[in-house]
Design a protein around this ligand. Structure first.
Ligand code: MRU
Length: 365
């Protein structure tokens, strides 16, 4: 169902819940920037496909969508006892968890729902449903707070007038609000800072062109779109003071998986002495993985490279393709990892301990 275009793409919720119909609402990101359409989902297959096909994408938004989606599926299950309900809940959870492998926020959010479910199993099912709904909406609400805090810490790393380069979309469209890598930019804009942002187009799915350039431009930010292979040139010219990127999973040693091409940007930034910052909600830090080689990397259909975004195929029929959706940036190339509890710096194992300690202390208060 196409909705009336509101003033600005920034007025839309990336992920939402319709309490009247008990449906998951998503702003379909595969159609942007040409069409603004909210889709309504209520079956496991629809939700799985929406995540797999990137109708909702970006690590935090995937987590929020999965949590609300799992509640929507739970509320529709026709069961009378917890013993009947839980196996169905678990099956739906595992199914949604299989939609994309790299962004750890997906399993993080689903595990949070599972934990709440199990710790409230004594409740009547109707009350358990309310508890699950509250948790899913809390995950969404917390994401806005997390992004704002990342923005505040990120803003301390730049000054008015700076040039900032970003890759892929770690913007509002990838989160509940503000984005992660874009949060310092939006908060700076609120303070009247003038940043000059360079957005890599981000082959092959063009999240930088279709989403980052779109949302920043709509928000009135000074943004220049470049092809991925132009970042070295703008850095060499001295136009970039800092790089901010998002991430899908950070290992315990700081190695970071983010959209394919991120590690190239990091290597080039190092060459030109430009600080390279990863913006990471703590929900994206996976301390169970010692280093980045252990992060599962999603491989997608080669047609995304050869034909998907073109009117005609742009590569010979039958040519071999390799289409990893993410790469891992070595921690040695990262200047700092900006979380909602502060900025982690090498050695990351130690710095993360401090960050998680602070998180625990603040959550106890
Ligand atoms: O394949 P995508 O579009 O989901 O990849 C998204 C990214 O790589 C983002 O940078 C990352 O998820 C962080 S979003 C705040």
């Amino acid at each position: 169902m196409s909705q009336e275009i509101k003033k600005n793409i920034m007025d839309y919720e990336t992920v939402d819940f319709d309490s009247a119909t008990c449906e998951l609402l998503l702003l379909d990101q595969t159609l942007l920037p040409n069409e603004t359409k909210i889709i309504r989902l209520s079956t496991a297959k629809e939700i799985w496909e929406a995540i797999y096909l990137l109708k909702v994408r970006g690590a935090p938004a995937i987590g929020v969508a999965a949590a609300i989606g799992l509640y929507v599926l739970s509320a529709r299950m026709k069961t009378e006892t917890f013993e009947e309900f839980y196996p169905q809940f678990k099956k739906a959870k595992d199914y949604l968890d299989s939609s994309r492998p790299t962004a750890v926020n997906l399993s993080w959010a689903l595990n949070r729902m599972d934990k709440i479910c199990l710790s409230h199993k004594e409740l009547p099912l109707s009350e358990l449903m309310e508890t699950l709904k509250k948790e899913a909406l809390l995950i969404k609400e917390e994401d806005t707070w997390v992004c704002k805090k990342i923005g505040e810490y990120g803003l301390t790393l730049v000054k008015p007038g700076d040039g900032i380069l970003t890759h892929c979309n770690a913007g509002q469209l990838a989160t509940s609000k503000y984005g992660t890598a874009t949060a310092p930019i939006y908060l700076g804009q609120e303070k009247g800072y003038h940043f000059r942002v360079f957005a890599d187009e981000t082959r092959p799915l063009l999240q930088g062109a279709r989403l980052t350039a779109y949302e920043l431009h709509s928000a009135g930010v000074d943004v220049t779109l470049i092809c991925d292979n132009m970042s070295a040139m703008v850095m060499k010219k001295g136009w970039v003071n800092a790089v901010f990127v998002g991430c899908d999973r950070v290992a315990a040693n700081g190695d970071t998986a983010n959209k394919i091409g991120t590690s190239v940007v990091a290597a080039v930034a190092k060459q030109y002495n430009i600080p390279f910052y990863v913006c990471a909600p703590t929900s994206t830090i996976d301390l169970s993985l010692e280093h980045g080689d252990l992060i599962p990397i999603e491989e997608r259909n080669g047609k995304e490279i050869t034909e998907m975004w073109y009117e005609k195929p742009m590569a010979p029929q039958g040519v071999k393709t390799f289409n990893p959706a993410f790469d891992v940036t070595d921690h040695s190339l990262i200047t700092g990892i900006v979380t909602e509890y502060g900025i982690a710096r090498a050695p990351y194992q130690e710095s993360f301990l401090e960050i998680f300690k602070k998180k625990q202390e603040e959550n106890i208060k």
